[in-house]
Design a protein around this ligand. Structure first.
Ligand code: 6R9
Length: 660
């Protein structure tokens, strides 16, 4: 595929130098970039020195046992200290750190649930929670804690508290089901779960604790559950001796509790986060402490250019990596003021977000293409009702942004007067890798690109043999050097870490994405090259959906693929072979959808289910999902020489056409 085929605006440059950005041409940028990677260790060390270390590192990068790279070896630090204590010691002590707003509104549409925290407020809360975890629940360095919480301040507070004492957080997105939660608790062997009674979403109550109870039937490692009363539901089932409401859990914690931040080795894990890959169960991606902090801090400065007078808002959920790096850690490392919200973009009305931007004067917005496309559909009248002129930087993340969506947001949200980019990275990278950098040197923007790799990152696009492809030719995205925020391993499975990321192209990190490089060296990530799909920016593996379907008694076999969707980017569809004698009715379709919602989560519900009597397979029995994708998208079938039974494709076609 070439750039022209994708209809990308290859040569369209858009300059913008509002708000202090230094706009430079791409040649000058590459000179700067070259210096950063030639002197990689010194480059990263110079940034790391801007943070505060309890003990300096002895070695910036230990590359003696690749791909198990180690960063800032010998150094000691604490994320809770860097995010909070450090600011409390300065004039920022009483600066607003967090503005939170819940979903409920009064008759006039004004939010009724709002909480604001200064850095000092957070410091006091975090100390109390850390004290509770350590003294009341015996949590110590290295223990894993599973956090299954909605978007309420207690989620970041619990994370800082855990990191303060060296515990490893395992956050599970509150949209995942009981089974998905149980898998993640079991694999991480968590001793403690922190959750809430429930939360608001689009005017409905989501009962979270009920889901935890179901998960715990299958997760014996959990000794205690702490339940925050977000809603104050009075019928929450509590298991005696195991479950504690937050206020009870805090029993005996002094109001002015202080917990000395542990001196954590740079290489000690700070968090794990489960993510989907090509095959097998979701992998527990493990991140270190020091490298991650340095990577996130650098990108916070370069990409978001945060200053003390900024109001920053990242619309992601903390249950995904974007929320980890760019809500919980990043803005706090900078001593910034940020907004966090509970709810959905289109409730009570499609201007919820614009009203938030206007009411708090948001200056820097980090959001997703899927959200922008949703707003496009609602129309310009919604953003037009509000004054969004405070915005100076917008970035998107999670999937490729189509040029139309880019232009719409640039015009209707940014008034054609913002720096606006699409930041490429993934759970495994820990932080942004390819992006425009208005806080450093802004190169001309192009609608839909990711831009050049940031300084200190060597990204490239290669062919099947690992050779760089010429400009305009599609290939695989790789990273050619280790970087500070990189994953350390896969929890409990170092072999899989090597195999998944470092075996496809020896010596290079394989991202699993298709990409194109243009003649300026800008990278345009096109989408996944494997069985991962991005549904409204949420990363799912088709394998998880297939396993879920097969676990239903009516199903013999299943193949799931992602197909393009105008709003969500991609949606899953399923081809299902039923067991002998089972009739493929609409009733059963409904039941299977519900079954996926229960076993994976509502975000994974297939857009359509097609019943067939066989799946297209190779002679060796592998499902050829590529052919199913061709059937659903009308693309040419391509090479079918390995296909065992051609009628399987015909049948899939018929099933597809029938439900069109
Ligand atoms: C941060 C995050 C990673 C996958 C990644 C790629 C896609 C993310 C993108 C993008 C094009 C962007 N992706 N950002 N594609 N342009 N700006 O999303 O992490 O959930 O692990 O997903 O998302 O396909 O490989 P994660």
């Amino acid at each position: 595929m070439s750039l022209e085929e994708k209809n990308l605006p290859f040569d369209e440059y858009i300059y913008n130098d509002k708000w202090r950005s230094r706009t430079i041409d791409i040649k000058t940028y590459w000179e700067y970039h070259k210096k950063s990677v030639e002197n990689l260790e010194e480059f990263w060390a110079s940034i790391a020195r801007e943070l505060e270390w309890f003990r300096p590192w002895e070695k910036v990068l230990d590359a003696s046992n690749p791909p198990f790279y180690k960063w800032f070896v010998g150094g000691e630090l604490n994320l809770s200290y860097l995010a909070i204590d450090r600011h409390v010691k300065t004039w920022r002590k009483n600066k607003l750190a967090l503005i939170w707003e819940g979903e409920p509104v009064d008759q006039t549409g004004y939010p009724t649930d709002r909480r604001k925290f200064t850095y000092y407020d957070l410091w006091r809360e975090v100390n109390r929670v850390a004290y509770m975890l350590r003294n009341n629940f015996g949590i110590k360095k290295g223990d894993r804690i599973t956090l299954y919480l909605p978007m309420i301040p207690e989620l970041p507070i619990a994370m800082y508290a855990a990191w303060r004492i060296g515990a490893i957080t395992n956050v599970v997105f509150s949209g995942f089901s009981a089974d998905a939660l149980a898998d993640r608790i079991n694999d991480s062997q968590s001793r403690l779960v922190i959750t809430a009674d429930g939360f608001w979403r689009r005017g409905k109550v989501v009962r979270l604790k009920d889901i935890v109870d179901k998960a715990l039937e299958k997760a014996p490692s959990v000794e205690n559950v702490i339940v925050y009363k977000r809603l104050g539901l009075n019928d929450v089932p509590m298991t005696e001796g195991r479950d504690w409401f937050w206020d009870k859990a805090m029993a005996g914690v002094p109001h002015n509790a202080y917990v000395e931040p542990e001196r954590i080795e740079s290489t000690h894990p700070s968090y794990m986060l489960y993510t989907s890959g090509t095959t097998g169960k979701p992998k527990g991606i493990v991140h270190d402490t020091g490298g991650w902090a340095v990577h996130v801090y650098a990108t916070m400065k370069w990409v978001f250019d945060l200053r003390d007078d900024d109001i920053y808002w990242c619309t992601a959920d903390i249950g995904w990596v974007t929320g980890h790096s760019y809500i919980v850690l990043g803005p706090m490392l900078m001593g910034a003021t940020q907004v966090m919200y509970e709810g959905a973009p289109d409730f009570p009305q499609p201007d919820r977000w614009w009203s938030i931007i206007e009411r708090y004067g948001v200056t820097v917005l980090y959001t997703s293409p899927t959200a922008i496309r949703t707003f496009m559909r609602f129309g310009e009248e919604w953003p037009r009702k509000h004054d969004l002129s405070t915005l100076r930087i917008i970035h998107s993340v999670g999937e490729p942004i189509n040029p139309e969506a880019w232009r719409w947001a640039y015009t209707n949200l940014g008034y054609q007067n913002v720096a606006f980019g699409s930041t490429w990275w993934m759970t495994e990278t820990g932080g942004i890798v390819i992006s425009h950098a208005p806080g450093l040197y802004l190169v001309p923007m192009k609608a839909g690109t990711n831009g050049p790799p940031l300084p200190g990152f060597e990204a490239d696009v290669v062919d099947d043999n690992g050779k760089p492809v010429p400009p305009g030719v599609k290939g695989y995205l790789v990273l050619k050097r280790p970087w500070p925020g990189m994953l350390q391993t896969i929890w409990g499975d170092p072999e899989r870490y090597i195999k998944t990321y470092w075996s496809r192209f020896p010596g290079m990190f394989y991202a699993g994405d298709y990409a194109i490089k243009d003649k300026d060296g800008y990278i345009w990530v096109l989408g996944r090259a494997d069985e991962v799909i991005k549904v409204a920016g949420h990363r799912l593996g088709t394998y998880e959906l297939e396993s879920a379907l097969i676990s239903h008694p009516a199903v013999a076999e299943a193949a799931v693929i992602g197909i393009p969707d105008p709003i969500k980017g991609e949606v899953p569809i399923a081809f299902v072979v039923l067991k002998q004698g089972v009739a493929g009715t609409d009733e059963l379709r409904k039941e299977l959808r519900q079954h996926i919602r229960n076993t994976v989560g509502p975000i994974a519900e297939p857009a359509q289910i097609y019943f067939v009597t066989k799946l297209p397979k190779t002679r060796s029995g592998k499902i050829m999902r590529r052919l199913l994708r061709a059937v659903a998208t009308g693309a040419p079938l391509g090479d079918v020489t390995t296909l065992e039974d051609e009628t399987s494709v015909e049948e899939a076609k018929r099933a597809y056409e029938e439900l069109k």
